[in-house]
Ligand binder design. Structure first.
Ligand SMILES: [Ca+2]
Length: 492
């Protein structure tokens, strides 16, 4: 039998525990209260060949364009690095490649102490009381599957160690479908077997997962839901119906292509992951076929964007969810003799970045101010009212431009590829400087395809000087890289 004192202590302790737990629940609820949800959509390798960015008149991206008409499109947005790994590592950490030393696809994320000790975006939302879930390619595949392993996510599809849903390799003829054995299967293109539906494709599965989450009505709020679409990254496999939208005899070569375009460009560019694909594609007479495949895969990505955004619009979360859609870098389809990203030119750095922020963005607005994928993290922190991690984020909060697209903006957008190679974009100019000190300068008011390098023209000396002031002052040496043969990757 308990004494009176024991009973009193027991009651007081129970009351204290109850109050403490109530308080912490209360604090948690307070932290979450009224916070908007976030729908975070990533598209891999989608360049400015979209309706909103007008990089190629042949494109068909009606869902993307309709989505942009609901909010704000940044038309002068650039990646932090022109490759999946460093671009996404920078976006997710808010840290410049020149600060972290994560420069190329082989750069490690978790063996880089600067990145590993940073608060990555999913973890940031988790710390702020969000339910964080995702599917598909949000991080660079190796970083997610082998290193990050779902860190910061409450749930991941298909799993915390596999970002992409399984691929369906069913075709009507043997691989490679392009017939180009010297390109390798990862760089192949062509239609799936007619039995394959969009829901059988890995991107179709990602979009379906997002749709079911949004319409299932059981998401804990506030939530952060990420969906990463892999196409139009190579291999460009998609359904025949998307190829049919772009008849081969109507395909035009890129308007920005010009023979001898490299004559006034310093040789340093050729050290930047240059590959022989364009040469091989041209020799095989496959240039238009390869363009058709990129357009077809972009059209499929467009349909999946429509599916995901459409599901949100139909859902009960529509009025209280911020949507940000971004592509991780651009892609050259022959311009400057390249079939790849991996350069500091406009076609490789320019990205799609579209926002719908209820109560902040106005429908159908655009801004041509120079912005960067690095700005996504601080902007999401600002829009959700979550306090950003201290001394970490190097991007800018874009909400001032969302409220007024013509607001004063003195920022310049920086792209980094490899140690001390920098591309800077202002509203009018692109300035490039390589590690060996050679330079390029383009005036986009007169030369949208960057055909004329003005770096040696004395009348642009002041422009160059002003751009150079924006270069990073810190140049972190290359961080740890992993060996490709050691990658335990599944076939893609
Ligand atoms: Ca990519």
């Amino acid at each position: 039998m308990k004494t009176k004192t024991q009973t009193t202590v027991f009651v007081l302790t129970a009351l204290l525990l109850f109050t403490t737990s109530k308080n912490s629940e209360g604090k948690d609820a307070d932290r979450r209260k009224g916070k908007p949800n976030v729908l975070f959509i990533a598209i891999d390798d989608l360049n400015d060949w979209t309706g909103i960015l007008k990089g190629n008149p042949q494109v068909k991206t009606p869902h993307l364009d309709k989505f942009a008409s609901r909010g704000m499109a940044f038309t002068n947005a650039h990646c932090a690095a022109p490759a999946c790994g460093p671009s996404r590592a920078a976006l997710m950490s808010g840290i410049r490649p020149s600060t972290s030393g994560n420069y190329i696809n082989r750069s490690s994320l978790i063996h880089n102490p600067i990145l590993n000790n940073s608060v990555l975006l999913p973890g940031f939302f988790q710390q702020n009381g969000y339910f964080v879930c995702g599917a598909g390619k949000l991080f660079h595949g190796y970083h997610f599957n082998e290193e990050v392993k779902g860190r910061g996510f409450d749930e991941y599809y298909p799993s915390k160690t596999q970002d992409l849903p399984p691929w369906e390799f069913k075709f009507s003829r043997p691989l490679p479908l392009s017939g180009m054995k010297n390109m390798g299967r990862p760089n192949d293109w062509g239609p799936y077997h007619p039995d394959i539906t969009i829901e059988d494709t890995c991107d179709g599965k990602t979009a379906k997962w997002a749709e079911e989450k949004l319409l299932g009505g059981e998401l804990k709020e506030p939530f952060f839901l990420g969906a990463g679409i892999f196409e139009p990254h190579l291999p460009n496999y998609t359904l025949q119906k998307y190829f049919d939208r772009f008849p081969l005899d109507e395909i035009e070569l890129p308007e920005g292509y010009r023979e001898n375009d490299l004559d006034d460009v310093p040789g340093a560019h050729s050290k930047m992951a240059h590959n022989p694909w364009l040469k091989k594609i041209k020799e095989a007479g496959q240039w238009k076929h390869a363009i058709q495949a990129y357009l077809a895969c972009s059209a499929m990505a467009n349909d999946l964007i429509g599916q995901i955004v459409g599901a949100l619009e139909e859902s009960k979360y529509a009025d209280n969810t911020i949507i940000v859609l971004w592509s991780d870098h651009g892609f050259q389809l022959g311009e400057k003799e390249r079939w790849a990203k991996y350069s500091l030119w406009e076609r490789a750095t320019r990205v799609n970045m579209i926002w719908v922020a209820p109560g902040v963005t106005k429908p159908g607005t655009t801004s041509a101010k120079p912005v960067n994928l690095l700005d996504i993290y601080p902007t999401l922190a600002s829009l959700t009212g979550c306090k950003p991690p201290e001394n970490q984020l190097e991007g800018n909060d874009l909400t001032a431009l969302m409220r007024d697209p013509e607001a004063p903006w003195d920022k310049i957008s920086l792209t980094v590829f490899g140690y001390k190679n920098y591309g800077l974009r202002s509203e009018r100019y692109r300035y490039i400087t390589y590690a060996d000190g050679t330079e390029e300068l383009y005036d986009h008011e007169k030369d949208r395809w960057e055909w004329q390098n003005l770096a040696d023209s004395p009348e642009y000396a002041e422009v160059k000087k002003a751009m150079r002031k924006e270069l990073p002052t810190h140049h972190e040496p290359d961080g740890v890289t992993y060996d490709l043969p050691g990658r335990k990757r599944k076939a893609r």
